[in-house]
Design a protein around this ligand. Structure first.
Ligand SMILES: O=C1O[C@H](COP(=O)(O)O)[C@@H](O)[C@H](O)[C@H]1O
Length: 234
């Protein structure tokens, strides 16, 4: 049984305020407990208002490391790069922003191996994996295609993999890096933010389907062992 609590807001601004408050609390609690905090953030457009509200908070940013939970294989200054938005917002505050994609890998599979090795220098598990979802049901960069089953069934030690979506998503039709299902599920906290009625119905359907869901988001949630908060705004 997937335990999900939906938090509904009147608009994106209200959602951003609430989610930024929750993440600030996670950061403070992690630093109290362990002296540092590791966060994995989603890319795409939905999280941007939350980034902005979170950046307004007075927090010990120098003790915070932020990674993208997935990345598009594009140069870091490309508009589609997930690390770009994270770096622009949080680097000026003093946070450590840690890219998972280092350009120059021969292909997306090798880029996945390199990213996995990079992540192994961080202290896993993260305090938070914050996920988004596309209208096709992908989360992080877990897309249907030749790599999906391996990313879903990856062993505990495999944190990141190269992913070739098939079909390619319309918005950013590029190869990807993604946290594996196992890496996501090891997080101390998982939250999801989505907007719009279409995404809500897709997510509710995936939750209802449970273990039999064909969608990446459903396959991840089906294996969660603690309650997940979903933040939704129209
Ligand atoms: O490609 C991606 O899509 C999802 C959803 O993005 P959104 O723009 O619809 O919010 C995102 O969570 C993921 O990080 C990103 O790489």
């Amino acid at each position: 049984m997937i335990e999900v609590e939906f938090w509904d807001y009147d608009d994106v601004d209200e959602m951003a305020d609430a989610v930024a408050g929750d993440i600030a609390f996670i950061i403070e609690s992690a630093i109290d407990a362990r002296g540092e905090c590791l966060l994995a953030f989603p890319g795409g457009s939905t999280p941007k208002p939350v980034y902005e509200k979170l950046a307004e908070k007075k927090l010990p940013w120098k003790r915070v490391t932020i990674i993208p939970g997935d990345e598009r294989l594009v140069p870091v200054d490309d508009e589609r790069s997930n690390i770009k938005g994270i770096a622009q917002t949080f680097l000026p505050l003093g946070a450590r922003v840690y890219p998972i994609y280092a350009e120059g890998a021969e292909d997306y599979v090798m880029a996945g191996h390199a990213a996995d090795a990079r992540l192994k220098s961080l202290k896993w598990p993260p305090d938070l994996v914050w996920l988004g979802m596309g209208t096709d049901g992908h989360t992080a960069s877990l897309f249907p295609g030749p790599d999906l089953d391996d990313a879903m069934d990856a062993p505990k030690g495999k944190l990141v993999m190269g992913i070739k979506p098939d079909p390619m998503p319309e918005g950013a039709a590029v190869e990807r890096l993604s946290l594996t299902r196992s890496a996501i599920l090891q997080a101390r906290t998982i939250i999801i933010t989505i907007t719009g009625q279409e995404k809500r119905e897709i997510l509710e359907g995936a939750i209802e389907d449970g273990q039999s869901s064909k969608l990446p988001i459903g396959r991840v949630l089906a294996e969660t062992e603690f309650p997940i908060d979903v933040h939704w705004a129209p």
